[in-house]
Design a protein around this ligand. Structure first.
Ligand code: UDP
Length: 472
């Protein structure tokens, strides 16, 4: 292909490790039409509903190679999602290699960009004379933790959660050990071993792309740039989310129609990401707390589970989630709220003028989407690195409130009602709304003519120039 710069991309299974990297490459192709992207997609089996729907919207100007699903019997039972994702990549390595080989025969590759869980594929780049990059779909603060992890592992004895002093990552808000990502909470676990492997494994890359932007995480990003020095270049290319014309939802959607009749900024949106789940006890408390708050709400509800990430990687419990609500709740709140089962068009909901708050599990994509729409949050972290994200929102950016959790790990109804009222009505909430609206402006600017669009163009011209040098 003459004058075409060819990039290969390897996402990981799981909605939030598939979408952001694909959306990044869509941006690349949109701004630089001389690029051609091939996505090599590993698979764990039947993907969750969210991924199935997303895959149907993929653009025709990019190529997708869906690898055969791995043999699930090779996977340990009941393992942490991060472990399952990483092992899926490990078992897919031969087919990733095969796909890269046949691609590079057709057209030489300039760069290989892999999701952080697919770091083992970075090794293939050299063989195909391509540069290698990690796409990190999280916060700069979380990337900083990854890059400092090998040192922390050497310096800290015992569990991080028992540390009496906060952990101070350069340019970041201080963190308590118990707020570190879930896999680091038990240092003798397989999940921790895999976490460390990823942290060390990504260091062979030529660069790391992060889905964040300078105005939101300037301290952390600047510190990372210094840390990477000239060895690993850091590129902040965010915020990259599902927002965009190709992801528009039919206006007749029930949630959007329901929101149309509500006053501006009056509705609290409640959602726990693409697969977060609550226990039955917590669903009851949340329902009663929402009711007690008197605020209008739109709640995306999943059937209960005692595992917080039950629906993340695979198709969820098919039972109707509404049957798990407290008796009479739907009838009593029919003027106050709407409960939708399992999935809703989140980006469009957050951009609706009637939405004034977001009770969120603090997945990184949800945070970026809320920032892009200037919607302040209530933090409800469940798994992965969500606790760290929550600390950034509450202590760092001061755009979110944190409800208290009781000694049994439950957020009680009175606490829920109190925090909702504060976010939606009181002065503290107004300050948060003001601050997140300022961030929204910076987010818009980052991709109009600000830092991220400049970084993307810089990266694209480096790749193009390389084609010139090597005559690819
Ligand atoms: N999402 C959605 N509708 C839902 C739930 C989630 O569109 O009902 C999307 C949401 O907009 C975001 C992604 O799913 O883009 C969730 O990603 P996040 O990083 O917030 O959480 P995760 O799914 O990784 O836990």
């Amino acid at each position: 292909m003459a004058n075409v710069t060819h990039i290969a991309v390897v996402p990981s299974p799981g909605f939030s490790h598939l979408v952001p990297i694909v959306e990044f490459t869509k941006r690349l192709v949109e701004h630089h039409p001389n690029f051609h992207v091939t996505c090599i997609v590993p698979s764990l089996g039947s993907p969750p509903y969210s991924s199935k729907v997303y895959v149907k919207t993929l653009p025709s100007n990019m190529d997708f190679i869906f690898l055969p699903p791995i043999n699930k019997e090779q996977l340990p039972q009941g393992a942490y999602p991060g472990t399952l994702i990483q092992l899926t990549i490990t078992f897919s390595l031969p087919s990733i290699h095969e796909a890269l080989k046949s691609l590079s025969c057709k057209s030489p590759l300039t760069a290989l960009v892999v999701d952080v869980f697919a770091f083992q594929a970075l090794h293939f780049a050299k063989e195909f004379n391509a540069l290698s990059y990690v796409y990190f779909p999280g916060a700069a603060m979380v990337l900083s933790l990854f890059l400092h992890m090998p040192n922390l592992d050497e310096q800290v004895s015992g569990e991080y959660k028992d540390l009496t002093e906060p952990i101070e990552l350069p340019g970041c808000v201080p963190l308590q050990g118990c707020d570190l990502p879930a896999p680091t909470q038990n240092r003798s676990s397989e999940a921790y071993k895999h976490f460390l492997e990823r942290a060390k494994g990504m260091l062979i890359a030529d660069g790391i792309l992060i889905n964040t932007f300078l105005e939101m995480e300037s301290g952390a990003i600047r510190a990372l740039e210094e840390l990477g020095n000239d060895k690993i270049k850091i590129y902040s290319v965010g915020p990259i989310t599902l927002k965009g014309p190709s992801n528009e939802v039919d206006d007749s959607n029930e949630c959007l129609r329901w929101l149309d009749n509500k006053p501006p900024s009056s509705v609290l949106y409640v959602s726990f990401g693409s697969g977060g789940t609550l226990s039955q006890h917590q669903i009851n408390e949340l329902a009663l707390g929402l009711e007690l708050s008197g605020q209008m709400f739109l709640w995306v509800l999943r059937a209960p589970s005692d595992s917080v990430n039950a629906a993340y990687l695979e198709a969820a419990n098919e039972e109707d989630p509404l049957q798990f609500l407290p008796d009479g709740f739907l009838e009593r709140t029919k003027e106050q709220g709407l409960v939708v089962p399992s999935w809703a068009p989140q980006v469009q909901i957050l951009s609706h003028k009637s939405v004034g708050g977001f009770l969120s599990h603090c997945g990184w994509n949800s945070i970026l989407e809320s920032v892009q729409e200037g919607v302040p949050l209530i933090t409800w972290p469940l798994f992965a690195e969500q606790r760290m994200n929550a600390v950034m929102l509450t202590d760092g950016l001061k755009v979110a409130l944190k409800p208290k959790v009781n000694e049994d790990g439950i957020v009680e109804k009175d606490e829920i009602a109190k925090v909702i009222k504060c976010l939606m009505k009181c002065e503290e909430g107004k300050g948060m709304r003001k601050r997140i609206r300022e961030l929204k402006d910076s987010a818009v600017n980052a991709y109009k003519h600000g830092s991220s669009i400049q970084t993307l163009s810089q990266l694209a011209s480096q790749w193009e120039n390389l084609d010139g040098i090597f005559g690819k």
